[in-house]
Design a binder for this molecule. Sequence first.
Ligand code: SF4
Ligand code: SF4
Length: 353
Amino acid sequence: MAMGAYILSKGRLDEFVHHLQKAYRVYGPVRRRYDHAFQEVSSAEEMDLGYRSTTLPPKRLLHLRAEMLRWRDGDLEVVEPGVDRPLLLFAVHPCDLNALLRMDGFFSRAYRDPYYWRLREASAIIALNCLEPGETCFCLSLGTGPEAREGYDLLLTDLGDRYLLEVGTPKGEAMIRGLELPGASKADLEERRGLLESAKRRFKRHIDVEGLPELAAESLDHPVWRMLGEEGGLAGCTSCLSCGSCSLVCPTCYCYEVYDAVDPDLRGGVRYRELHSCQLLEYAEVALGGNFRAERWRRVRQWMLCKFGAAAGGLYTSCVGCGRCLRLCPAGIDLTAVAEALRGDGVGEPFPA
Ligand code: SF4
Ligand code: SF4
């Protein structure tokens, strides 16, 4: 729910960015040779606000490799997480914004994780409504786009020669203080509504999520998993390569591993944590050489069950429909096609799980 709506003319965008830089390191979508990436910018011209998606999601700036312990000659030091200068994520699309909200939930469940929250709380988000859905986007089906509804400090909508700027939080209000922006009119708000309605009509990809968590949970022995894992894939894709790219690019994949790195002299070391992926062989390894998901199809199944809301006791659907995994999977595996296969018949006989 917006706390106020203003107009920011495109001619003032650079002034706006410089204004924000007084308090934040500003990261926005920058065009690179083959893709876009969230990078630190020093001016508005460096950003491409017409971007469709980035390869890596904004999580890469908030879910960081973190040192937790250091030891040396018997002395142990707990490493406190710190923030040098708050981060501002500029022009975050609604799917990625919703992914961050899911990540917030994950890092608050059993306890409030300081290694995530220290930076997250100090950061701010300026979201950007999506007016041009990409070929693989299906956020509309999941209610996570193309309009941002919550979780932003400020929200931009491109109205051609100007942005509609809506305030979502007191932090957002503070971010525009001193800019003296003109208020938005009813006609501006009506234009926003029309543009978003038009965007919704242009989605090419959909997923039927009605009852999907329950269906996925009941489909542990469905033949589709072996087809994806080792039998040549579904129509249009090959078998999973276990590369982990889908986890890397997924804005909601938050699982991490904790490692101990011991110094060569064996007198000291560091314990740190880093993003991991359940698609990788070593993820489910346990002591004495055991592995709960040694076969590839079990790992694909695990990942998809999580995305379909059937893992973690069906607590959440961890897909926001950003389309990255569809676009970037080298085997061409398409989550929406897998959901359809679970609903259909004609993909073979069940096998023992
Ligand atoms: S990106 Fe594709 S091939 Fe790689 S692990 Fe994920 S599903 Fe398998
Ligand atoms: S599962 Fe795929 S489409 Fe869904 S949020 Fe992750 S990367 Fe995006």
